[in-house]
Design a protein around this ligand. Structure first.
Ligand SMILES: [Zn+2]
Length: 267
């Protein structure tokens, strides 16, 4: 059975067709036009699936990786940062239009699945990432989050949050990859210290609760090289144990983990 995976992202939607051994037969990336609304997103997913399906004569499974969570009772999407999906029956609508069943899973879970089967955690025992870690509380009276709570992990150590904090401290609007080029002055040091403190507490909580075999970082923030030495040290300092060796590694599938994970859903 060949596998079609679709990664529905906030800015791009990627589709991939794999054979049974996860070799890539075809892949295609299109822009996600959130501004055109829910129906247009559904239509573009359908046409991407159909286009990939036409590239093989084999039977195919279809898996979709989506931001947010599917409410298991109602089948509706919740907690999605692509907000036009919220409260919509995305899986059912796509199945109705395609005329067959598909698989659908949250993007963080697809990332974990792909990295554990094909990427940096290959051969390790567990899947290693707990549900909605981005919305665990770091600071109860902290930054406001779109989820309705305050002080979520995501509002401190995600790319957009780090860029926002940089703007607050330095008055400069810069993308993350340029911010980390030079962190020598006092303001930059303050930004980095806060970042490492939050990163340390956030991941130490995960280790204290789950004791995973390995932690794989994903997203734009995972490109910051100091997270793998100074960041790891900040985490180890906060873990409730005098000896700790949990590897903290960069993903090896980059931003393709989503589509591969979506394909693996059917395995
Ligand atoms: Zn939140």
């Amino acid at each position: 059975m060949h596998k079609i995976g679709i990664d529905l992202g906030g800015t791009k939607t990627e589709g991939i067709l794999l054979d049974e051994k996860y070799n890539t037969i075809q892949r295609k990336r299109i822009e996600t036009h959130q501004e055109n609304g829910y129906d247009s997103i559904v239509k573009s997913i359908i046409s991407l699936v159909n286009e990939l399906k036409s590239k093989t004569n084999e039977e195919t499974s279809v898996g979709i990786c989506t931001p947010g969570v599917i409410n298991t009772k109602s089948g509706l999407i919740k907690n999605s940062n692509t907000q036009c999906l919220i409260e919509m029956p995305l899986k059912k609508d796509i199945e109705n239009m395609l005329g067959y069943k598909i698989f659908m899973e949250n993007d963080a879970n697809c990332f974990a699945l792909a990295e554990s089967v094909l990427g940096s955690a290959k051969g390790k025992g567990k899947t290693n990432i707990a549900g909605e870690w981005g919305h665990h509380t770091l600071h109860p009276n902290g930054n406001e989050c779109y989820c309705g709570k305050h002080g979520c992990v995501e509002t401190y150590i995600s790319g957009p949050a780090l860029e926002m904090r940089w703007l607050e401290i330095t008055g400069k609007k810069e993308p993350l990859q340029s911010i980390v080029q030079d962190l020598s002055d006092e303001k930059a040091k303050q930004w980095k210290k806060e970042f490492l403190d939050n990163f340390g507490i956030g991941l130490a909580n995960v280790i204290d609760i789950l004791d995973p075999d390995i932690i794989i970082l994903g997203g734009g923030v995972s490109n910051i090289s100091f997270l793998y030495d100074e960041g790891k040290k900040a985490v180890y300092n906060k873990v409730f144990s005098d000896s700790i060796e949990t590897p903290i590694l960069k993903n090896s599938l980059g931003d393709s983990a989503g589509v591969f994970g979506a394909c693996i859903l059917s395995s």
